[in-house]
Design a protein around this ligand. Sequence first.
Ligand code: NAP
Length: 302
Amino acid sequence: MQALIAAPDTEDGIRLVEVSEPVPQPSQVLIEVRHASVNFGEVRYLGFQPAGSVLGYDAAGYVVQTAADGSGPAVGERVVAFGAGAWAQRAAFATDSVAVVPERLELAKAAALPLVGITALRTLRAAGSVLGRRVLVTGASGGVGRLAVQFARLGGAYVIASVGSAHRGEGLDALGAHEVVVGLDRISEPVDVVLENVGGEHLVTAWGLLKPGGSLQSIGWASGEPAVFPPNSIFAHGSAKTLQSFGDASHPRPELTTLVDLAARGVISVQVGWQDSWKRVGDAIAALLGRQVPGKAVIDLD
Ligand SMILES: NC(=O)c1ccc[n+]([C@@H]2O[C@H](COP(=O)([O-])OP(=O)(O)OC[C@H]3O[C@@H](n4cnc5c(N)ncnc54)[C@H](OP(=O)(O)O)[C@@H]3O)[C@@H](O)[C@H]2O)c1
């Protein structure tokens, strides 16, 4: 079968090659992958992947072999999955990281959901109820951001979406943002929750915008810039403000089930801003790192 592997000797750092078939563990299903998605972290840190390893984490396709332990979906089911080795014609996934995709949802859209959706759901939930609260989403134009805006709005929040330029903010109001702002300078009132994707200066400024008792969920560091906190800027009168890390996408079947259900019912919109053959994955990577993809990049295993 064919797969996209880490190839540090190439310009893109990726090569489409023939590899051996995966051998599922007893608790894994084998999936024929039809679509996969490209995540920022996977491509920004591509150079850290061991040469020859099969890349990718988000996939959607059909079950071709059930798990030996009897768990998980049956052969022929349409599924979405999260786990290493997704950019391959066939991939093995733990059944606790797989969910059945409802008929009404296209597989390509399902493939866009796993990592960004698990992240947006888990961090917003970690921040507690947002009903009637002010939520700031930074890097709102990206994959995590476009879902986080929708989830915060669904949760009853007043949603502020921060982007890098007016063009990058297009469509965020329709997704539920009450305000779309370029940068963070024009936010005059404090917020209760921040879902922070950019890092660097954004992290420092967003911390300063947080109310006493507020929660900042540090999701990503897309800027790659250092964050310099002025002396005493962490001190705050009143209830403690918290800065919480996120890095746990394990056992995500419940979240995957929620994501595909919400998308199938039209409660959330899956924003695919780039879709083409996996032979053009280099273009997807360039577009993503160049901040040109509104939402997700999806590759078709054609
Ligand atoms: N902790 C975890 O487990 C976890 C899980 C998923 C994602 N992440 C991280 O979360 C971040 C967002 O992920 P994503 O999938 O949403 O990525 P994405 O789709 O590429 O979106 C990232 C957004 O960040 C903004 N951005 C990029 N470079 C920037 C820069 N130099 N300065 C300011 N803003 C910049 C861009 O918005 P504008 O173009 O509008 O500025 C872009 O839309 C990434 O850092 C990713 O690695 C972490």
